[in-house]
Design a protein around this ligand. Structure first.
Ligand code: ASP
Length: 353
């Protein structure tokens, strides 16, 4: 596993990585230092699992699905096993997947105990006439396809739930709906660890997938950005692919994953588009410590940016013998868009670790 690095240690060089490439994230937010090691190991494993598939000549779609499954099965992340608890202690998981060739997509929400929500999202995409299924209907489809069930509750999430609800009871979080105030006084409240993956395969096909337990203490029935195509997940062979993480309501209001793809379609590299999306969040929503995202462009360029303290992520290209994992990417705290010249490719590939 890699050592933990800070952005100042990372130098971005103008070198274009070759296809295939995979980028994964294990969530933005404020990662407690004691969880860094397992988070970094988790994203590294996921990048490896996805890249192996790409190397065998299989599709970006297969690769992002496998990478997300790997993180859904790892209790360190808030997706699948280890999903966060809603206000009333229930777990409602959600996931989405999209391929960029024909723009097919599938999404699921309000799932209680499906082992791998991203598998069900793919089933929705490939075997139904719909894009988004939730709750009982989605669970019925899972039964039809014999998907495995698993109780996603872990001790860690239960402890977080107890701590947060205790704060609520103490009146320390009296204005729960007032997100801005809450964030100022409790910056760790929305520490989230959703997972996602984007990939470009040897054929130049792009894909993205995202999976989450949602935000801690969410109201039952709440659906975030992760399963909403265009907000948490987007892939388009003419642009690239993006997966977002953070406060879902922010990504929904800015249709953030599609916005990143639109910037890439206009010629920005994955890194430029990622940074500009965070600048957009800072400018229009003005919610500090709210978002992170990963992206890949049509040239195989890798992008990652956030305005949260951390973004747990990893990437791997064909020039690398193993993935590089980080707890931070490019932290963007201002709101001025960078001038993004078409054809300038920046890559994390040569990060000076
Ligand atoms: N975006 C997710 C949500 O709002 C949470 C996360 O990224 O951790 O449901």
């Amino acid at each position: 596993m890699n050592n933990v690095t800070t952005p100042s240690q990372i130098t971005v060089k103008n070198i274009m990585p070759k296809k295939p490439v995979i980028v994964v994230h294990g969530g933005a937010g404020a990662w407690e230092p004691e969880r860094w090691k397992s988070g970094l190991a988790g994203v590294e494993d996921a990048a490896k699992a996805g890249f192996k598939i790409l190397k065998n000549g299989r599709s970006a779609l297969d690769a992002v699905e496998a990478a997300v499954v790997c993180m859904e099965d790892n209790p360190v992340f808030n997706a699948g096993l280890g999903s966060t608890l809603a206000l009333d202690k229930r777990i409602e998981m959600e996931a989405s997947i999209m391929e960029g060739k024909a723009l097919n997509a599938g999404a699921v929400g309000l799932l209680k105990d499906i082992r791998n929500p991203v598998h069900l999202a793919r089933i929705v995409m490939e075997n139904t006439d719909h894009v988004f299924l939730v709750a009982d209907g989605a669970e019925k489809l899972a039964d039809l396809y014999g998907l495995e069930r698993r109780k996603p509750l872990t001790e860690l999430r239960l402890r977080y739930w107890r701590e947060l609800t205790q704060k609520l009871k103490n009146g320390e979080m009296e204005s729960l709906p007032k997100l801005k105030k809450l964030l100022q006084s409790h910056p760790n409240l929305f520490a989230t660890d959703t997972v996602g993956a984007v990939a470009l395969d040897e054929n130049g096909d792009a894909a993205a997938a995202t999976s989450t337990g949602g935000r801690a203490l969410k109201l039952p029935g709440r659906i975030g950005d992760s399963p909403i195509i265009g907000c948490g997940t987007y892939a388009d062979n003419e642009a690239g692919a993006c997966s977002t993480t953070g406060i879902g309501e922010v990504a929904i209001r800015l249709v953030l994953a599609k916005s990143a793809c639109d910037l890439m379609r206009a010629g920005q590299s994955a890194q430029q588009a990622s940074e500009n999306c965070i600048r957009l969040v800072n400018k229009r929503i003005r919610l500090k410590s709210s978002m992170g995202l990963i992206a890949v462009d049509t040239q195989g360029g890798v992008g990652a940016a956030h305005n949260t303290p951390n973004l747990c992520w990893a990437f791997m290209t064909s020039k690398m013998s193993r993935p590089k994992a980080h707890m931070k990417a490019k932290a963007v705290l201002n709101a001025t868009p960078i001038e993004a010249k078409p054809t300038v490719e920046k890559a994390w590939e040569n990060a000076n670790l």
